[in-house]
Design a protein around this ligand. Structure first.
Ligand code: DC
Length: 227
């Protein structure tokens, strides 16, 4: 049986950085579930599917196949053998991903892909519905939060680091808040703080501090396995 650490929270709270680092420390594969919603959106746009039309997205999503491969401590994704790289990190995809993620059939497909990844071993999975819908029974569920200003600043720094920054801080913040609104008010599996999750406000914490909080909160047996 595989162990799953589940992390949810809005954009820019540090989920990816923390999940990657914790995964590395204790030998769990990092799974970025948002990348799958971005890939679905990217494929819609490439095939001229109207991302504001749920019926069109639902129908098209049935044809998308994503190969999931464990690689260098994380799950990498390929479409027809090609890794999407930064093609799924554009402002256009930032905007269109939230409407695509409201579509029930898209969520069902991606949820089943995510659950199947336990065949590769222990996982640390981050997203918006991991603690509530994908792995709601995990004994290690976290919800990260942070102020909108801190989140926008981190997201912009990340974009600068990746060489894809082309928006002002205000534009980054507005786009992030617009996405959060859609993600937390949609009908199917909205972002929310589930009962019993460990809530961490990362606004005033460094990356190293959040990593320690998460590792300290894990069931002791999960850490012992790696020693
Ligand atoms: O975390 P991200 O910005 O890469 O996520 C892209 C979009 O996918 C965002 O609108 C939230 C949505 N998402 C979701 O609905 N459920 C998840 N488990 C992960 C992401």
């Amino acid at each position: 049986m595989s162990y799953v650490i589940a992390i949810d929270g809005p954009s820019g709270v540090g989920k990816s950085s923390v999940a990657r680092a914790v995964g590395e420390r204790i030998g769990f594969l990092h799974v970025d579930s948002g990348a799958l919603y971005r890939i679905m959106t990217w494929q819609c746009l490439l095939h001229q599917v109207d991302t504001s039309c749920p019926e069109a997205v639902a129908e098209f999503s049935k044809s998308v196949e994503v190969e999931c491969v464990p690689e260098a401590g994380c799950i990498s994704y390929r479409i027809n053998g090609v890794s999407p790289g930064n093609a799924i990190r554009t402002p256009e995809i930032n905007c269109a991903a939230s409407p695509v993620a409201t579509v029930k059939q898209v969520r069902e497909r991606i949820t089943s892909w995510l659950r199947s990844l336990t065949c590769f071993g222990n996982l640390i999975v981050e997203g918006r519905d991991i603690t509530t819908a994908v792995f709601p029974d995990s004994p290690a569920r976290f919800y990260f939060d942070a102020s909108a200003a801190a989140r926008a600043q981190r997201r912009q720094l990340e974009e600068i680091r990746k060489g894809i920054a082309n928006q002002s801080m205000d534009q980054v913040k507005n786009s992030l808040l617009a996405r959060d609104r859609i993600d937390s008010t949609r009908q199917h599996a909205p972002l929310r703080k589930a009962a019993g999750v460990y809530v961490i406000d990362t606004t005033q914490l460094t990356l190293a501090e959040v990593i320690e909080v998460v590792i300290n909160a894990l069931p002791p047996a999960w850490k012992k396995e790696q020693q």
